[in-house]
Design a protein around this ligand. Structure first.
Ligand code: NAP
Ligand code: ZN
Ligand code: ZN
Length: 349
């Protein structure tokens, strides 16, 4: 077994504390990764507070934005070698047999994929533990390659915030001539702005925080609308082809946001609040609008996203913290005071 140092929530809603545990020895197709950096996703906060009612298992070592270096490989590993710069995102396995897995869409695995933390391992041997730790063992098929020109600390958040926004932007054909709006300028939101801009769209930020305007423009947004001002919804009605909703709360008047879509426009929710979003169908049926959702992205698409970010030099804005500062960082994320992704320096654990 591999001795591992991490940070865990021992119970729901409790502060995270140092935690030692064991990882499995590598199997034939496993890669052992020395974790260098781990991003803090708002989903980690939802999970450690058990806000989704999944009955999250504890102790829980969160973290699914992992960047590190290969320490050792199993005897039959062909994709990676010792010293490679690699990443791990939200999944570490899937059934590999269902229709969606066969079409390389493991994020939609029908029996359910194995999440990086808080999931039962496929062989039933235990519960997965995530990236707020110094080492992880992952099947090579769920390991990603980080482009040489991206630093490991800035690559880490791409493994969730990057792919979760890249996938819907890509699926709904973002490109020149498309008007895209991004709801919420946090970890996911600021990646959506950078990616949509690089894809050639005109990008507008819809934020409840007025003082993020300057940042939004610096990140590449063409426009910034402060959503606490009621008139912005009237003035910008029927403006967008696509809206990506990254807001972590359900405290939103969805009818206002649907009114911003053009005829046939689509609002995709990637935000995963603790409560349901509520909507009367009128704003949808009046302009034949669409309401969709999207979950992370496939392994193939994640590699494509990483290569796209390498090619266009796209990286998140990060604040690097030490492992002892995680609880403080969680409190700031909850206040919408993240500029724009916390990344933990796991070398300091
Ligand atoms: P984050 O960094 O905390 O950003 C969320 C942003 O939402 C905030 O910065 C804030 O932006 C806005 N917001 C928060 N509370 C609000 C409220 N009460 N009313 C209006 N706006 C509010 O979170 P994140 O890491 O980007 O994650 C965002 C959501 O996506 C979370 O729910 C997370 O669980 C989910 N998620 C889903 C997937 C998926 O596969 N679908 C993957 C990863 C994460 P402004 O200050 O600009 O308004
Ligand atoms: Zn995430
Ligand atoms: Zn499957």
């Amino acid at each position: 077994m591999i001795q591992t140092k991490g940070i865990a929530a021992l119970k729901a809603k409790e502060a995270l504390v140092p935690y030692s545990f064991e990882r499995r020895d590598p199997k034939e197709h496993d890669v052992v990764i020395d974790i260098k950096y781990s991003g803090i996703c708002h989903s980690d906060i939802h999970m450690t507070r058990d806000e989704w009612g999944f009955g999250s298992p504890f102790p829980m070592v969160p973290g699914h934005e992992i960047a590190g270096v290969v320490r050792t490989v199993g005897s039959k590993v062909t994709k990676y070698k010792v010293g490679d710069r690699v990443g791990v995102g939200c999944m570490v396995d899937s059934c590999r047999e269902c229709a969606h897995c066969k079409e390389e869409m493991e994020q939609y695995c029908i029996p359910g994929n194995t999440l990086t933390y808080g999931s039962l391992e496929r062989d039933g041997s235990g519960i997965t533990q995530g990236g707020y730790s110094d080492v992880i063992v992952v099947n090579e098929d769920f390991v990603l390659r980080i482009p040489d020109n991206l630093s490991l600390e800035t690559a880490a958040p791409l493994l969730c915030a990057g792919i979760t926004t890249y996938s819907p932007l890509n699926h709904w054909k973002t490109g020149p001539g498309k008007k895209v709006a991004v709801m919420g300028l946090g970890g996911l939101g600021h990646m959506a702005v950078k990616l949509a801009k690089a894809m050639g769209a005109e990008v507008t930020v819809l934020s409840q925080t007025a003082n993020k305007k300057e940042d939004a423009i610096k990140l590449g947004a063409d426009r910034f609308l402060h959503t606490k001002l009621k008139e912005v919804f009237k003035e910008n009605a029927l403006s967008f082809d696509l809206i990506i909703n990254t807001v972590s709360s359900a405290d939103l008047n969805m009818a206002d946001y649907f009114g911003l879509l053009k005829l046939d426009g689509t609002l995709v929710s990637v935000g995963a609040p603790d409560k349901p979003l509520s909507l009367h169908p009128f704003p949808l049926l009046m302009m034949r609008r669409n309401f969709a959702g999207s979950a992370i992205g496939s392994i193939k698409e994640t590699q494509e996203m990483l290569d796209f970010c390498g090619k266009h030099n796209i990286t998140p804005e990060i604040e690097l913290i030490e492992p002892s500062q995680v609880n403080e960082a969680y409190a700031r994320v909850l206040k919408s005071d993240v500029r724009y992704r916390f990344v933990i320096d796991m070398g300091k654990i």
